[in-house]
Design a binder for this molecule. Structure first.
Ligand code: FEO
Length: 169
């Protein structure tokens, strides 16, 4: 028997979908970076794709563990290209800020529904979103600083290429 309310399950399933969309968005950005020869950026986004899938699976496993039914919905098609590396990262930062808002709304729902276990599980995501926004914001700032300097862009590409695939959660 489910030990979790229908309203909360529905909202968690929606967030599971948004995490998969996040993965899809970053995979699309990875393809974009490949297409413009920035292999380090592409690899970094591929690692981010993996991280988002881990986020999705945290929701999947949590819903199941509380006797809820996981439901998978259609995944929205992500954009395919951006004007520049900076505009891709600005888009990613904006997206993460939206995700933060969605997580905050889930926390609000857990409070209203007096669902302490869900509230507790969501605290991991509250902390994670602080990190996610910080990471993207730092890269946006660095891209703004280098403007059109190709050599600096390739140095950043080499640095981002060192991110370990699946090495972060
Ligand atoms: Fe799932 Fe980028 O937060």
């Amino acid at each position: 028997m489910a030990v979790i309310g229908d309203k909360v399950v529905r909202a968690l399933n929606q967030q599971l979908n948004r995490e998969i969309y996040s993965a899809y968005l970053y995979l699309s950005m990875s393809a974009y970076f490949e297409s413009i020869g920035l292999k380090g950026f592409a690899g970094w986004m591929r690692a981010q794709w993996h991280e988002e899938l881990m986020h999705a699976m945290k929701f999947f496993d949590y819903i199941s563990s509380r006797g809820g039914r996981v439901e998978l919905f259609a995944i929205e098609e992500p954009p395919k290209s951006w004007e520049s590396p900076l505009s891709a990262f600005e888009h990613a930062l904006e997206h993460e800020m939206k995700v933060t808002k969605l997580i905050d709304e889930l926390v609000d729902l857990a409070i209203v529904e007096k669902d302490h276990a869900t509230f507790n599980m969501l605290q991991w995501f509250v902390g994670e979103q602080v990190e996610e926004e910080k990471t993207f914001r730092e890269i946006v700032e660095r891209l703004k600083m280098l403007k059109d300097e190709k050599s600096a862009l390739f140095l950043l590409d080499a640095e981002l290429g060192q991110r370990k695939f699946g090495g972060e959660e």
